[in-house]
Design a protein around this ligand. Structure first.
Ligand code: SAM
Length: 222
């Protein structure tokens, strides 16, 4: 009886750890955010295991079914599409429920996007706040206002089509001269990190068609 949270690559498939492979080989079944995406990875790793769907849209309903399997003695692994489960991905509810039910939980260390983005930024990494995705509408302005006086480095996940809009809002709240960075396509062929003031980064991306996944890092207030 145990739940493993197993990080999977955020791009480069070589980033899977040996322990992640061994755990995926050892469990009774794998809970996957998207069974098709995880199916490709498992095929690449030559692992054949039953896959069960576990995504954000059914998380509340599925948790109790998963807890019942764990209580029946099964060992399960939770994976997300990319990176570490429960980091801007499903997982938190299940971990909380396992703890409530005295079911052992173990998260393996492994790929996640915010750590390389933070380090690549060159901004202070001794203290930072991970903000994940900002709310799209309701609560967005409140969240940003709360961060106006934040002194720690801030890390945000963002989609490419919202990048310039978000950076423009950041320029209003934090000031256009605040140092920042955008890391795009981490671990992939076209990986890049753009560093500069928020305004310089807006100028860099404004005329471009922005593709791929990205992380924004903003220095805290000095
Ligand atoms: N669980 C993942 C993790 O541990 O990082 C995060 C999943 S979240 C749904 C997806 C977001 O993570 C993307 O919108 C982007 O902000 C970030 N991300 C994931 N892979 C990335 C990559 N290769 N390069 C840059 N950002 C990435």
């Amino acid at each position: 009886m145990k739940l493993y949270l197993v990080p999977t690559p955020i791009g480069n498939l070589d980033d899977i750890t040996l322990r992640a492979v061994n755990v995926l080989k050892s469990v009774d079944a794998i809970l996957a955010e998207d069974t098709r995406t995880s199916g490709f990875l498992l095929k690449h790793l030559q692992i054949s295991k039953p896959l069960q769907s576990y995504h954000i849209f059914n998380e509340h309903q599925t948790v109790q079914r998963v807890i019942a399997q764990l209580k029946a003695g099964k060992t399960l692994a939770l994976v997300s599409d990319a990176g570490t489960p429960a980091i801007s991905d499903p997982g938190f509810l299940l971990v909380r429920e396992c703890i409530k039910n005295d079911i052992p939980v173990e998260c393996l260390p492994g790929p996640t996007a915010f750590v390389p983005a933070l380090i690549n930024s060159g901004l202070p990494a001794d203290r930072f706040t991970f903000e994940g995705f900002l709310p799209h509408k309701k609560g967005r302005q409140t969240r940003l206002t709360e961060l106006a006086d934040e002194t720690r480095t801030m890390v945000f996940y963002e989609s490419p089509h919202r990048l310039v809009k978000s950076l423009t809002q950041f320029a209003e709240i934090f000031g256009p001269d605040r140092p920042a960075s955008v890391s795009r396509e981490l671990t992939k062929l076209f990986e890049e990190t753009v560093r500069g003031s928020i305004q310089e980064i807006i100028t860099y991306f404004a005329e471009k068609t922005i593709k791929g996944e990205l992380v924004i890092v903003v220095q805290g207030k000095s």
